[in-house]
Design a protein around this ligand. Sequence first.
Ligand code: UDX
Length: 439
Amino acid sequence: MKLTVIGCGYLGATHAAAMAELGHQVLGMDIDPDKVVSLNAGRAPFFERDLDDLLAKHTATGQLRFTTSYAETAAFADLHFIGVGTPQKPGEMAYDLSHLFSAVRQLAPRLTGPAVIVGKCTIPVGTAPQVIDILREFAPAGDQVDVCWNPEFLRESSAVEDTLHPDRIVLGLTGQGTRAESVIRQAYGKIIESGTPVIVTDLATAELVKSAANAFLATKISFINAMAEVCETSGADVQLLAEALGHDARIGRRGMRPGLGFGGGCLPKDIRGFMARAGELGADQALTFLREVDAINNRRRERMIDLAREQCGGVINGKNIAVWGAAFKPDTDDIRDSPALAVAQKLHQLGATVTVFDPKALDNARKAHPQLEFTDHPLGAVRDADLLLHLTEWPEFARLDPEAVAARVAVPRVIDGRSTLDPDRWRAAGWTYRALGRP
Ligand code: UDX
C-alpha cells in the first residue's frame, strides 16, 4: 500500500520506518527541514535502537522517503497517519494541540478524493470529532474522508519492536464497517495475521485507552515509590517488597520498578493532560488521585536531594557531585522531564559543582543545561567527587568496577537512585552505599 506519516518525531519516524518494513511505500512528512534531510539520509535525528537500520534499509531502496511538502503528501496516498507531537502547554496542565490541528488544516484542502486519516498521537478524549469537523469544513472530498483513532503505545528505547509487535491494536471508528476499518486492517495485515488482538471501539473509547493506559502505568510506578517512602521510615526494603508483590500475577512485577520515578515526554504530561480534560468534562473527582501520583513522583526527586545533603554532611554548597545518567531512562537520548537532570539542576542551584555523564544524552543535556559540567566518560565524572549519584540505570554503570571508580573520587559515597548497582560489590570496594527505599 501507499501511505504517509505526518509528523516524524519518535512516534512518526518509527511508524514510517516500521510501515516500510511491513512492505508499504511510505512518505514521511515533517515541517522541520533538518529532520527531513537527516531521515532521507537514513538517520534518525535522535537515538532509538534499531531505527537507523530500518531507515537506512528502506530509504536506500526508495521505499521510504521524507518530505516537508503537504502538497506532495496529499498527492502521494489516500491513507495518512498523523503522529505529530501533543506536548503540555507551557505553564498549564492541558495539551497543546496546535501541531495536530495545524497538520489537519494543512492537509484537508488538499484531500480531493476519498481518504482515510488515522490519528496516532495522544490526545484528550473528544479531540477526534474536532479533527473530523476541520476535515468536513476544509476537505473538498467532504464525507469521503474517513477518520480512525489508533493510539500508539510504543516505548522509547524499544519503539521499533513495539511498533512491529504491539500488544494490541486499538481502532476507534465512527461506525461499523467503515472504509477506514478495512483500509487500516489491510495496512496492519502482517501484524494482525501474527495474532495481535484488534479491539474496535468508538472514537471516544480509543482516545481514552491511551490516557488510561499511561495513567495506570504512572500509578503503578508511584504506588511502589509510595511504598518506598514507607520503607524509608520503617527500615524495610522496597526492592524485596516489589519482588514479593510482583509474584502475585494480579499485581505483576513489570512496570513496578521503584526508584527516582518517571519522566519523559509522555507519562508526566499525559497524567496532567488527562486531569485537565477530566476537569473540563466535569469528571475531575474521578482523577484527583493522579495529582497524588504526580506528587509522589516529584517527591522522589526531593528525597534524592535530601539524601545527597545528608551524605554530604548537611551542606551541598561547594561539593563536587558526580551524576551518572541524564536521559529520562536508559537506551534513549531523550531528556524531556528527566528525573536525573532535575536532580542535577537542583544540586547545582544549591551550590554544588555537578558533573554529568550519560552514554547517549550528553549533547541534549548540554544544550538544555549549559550551567552543569559534562564529561564523556563515566570515570571522568567522578574525579574528586564528594558524592556519586546513579540516576539513570544504563547497564554499563552496573558493569563498572567499583574499586576503579573508588580510586578516582574524593570520598567513596554513592546513592543508587535506580537500585541496579550491586550493594555488596560496592560496599566491599569501600563505598558507603545508599539507595532510595532501602535500609
Ligand atoms: C510510556 C509508555 O510506557 C508507553 O506505552 C507510551 O506509549 C508512552 O509513554 P516511555 O515514556 O517511552 O513510554 O517510557 P517507559 O518505559 O514507560 O518509562 C517512563 C518512565 O518511568 C521512565 O522515566 C522510567 O525510568 C520510569 N519507570 C518505568 C520507572 O520508574 N519504573 C518502572 O517500573 C518503569
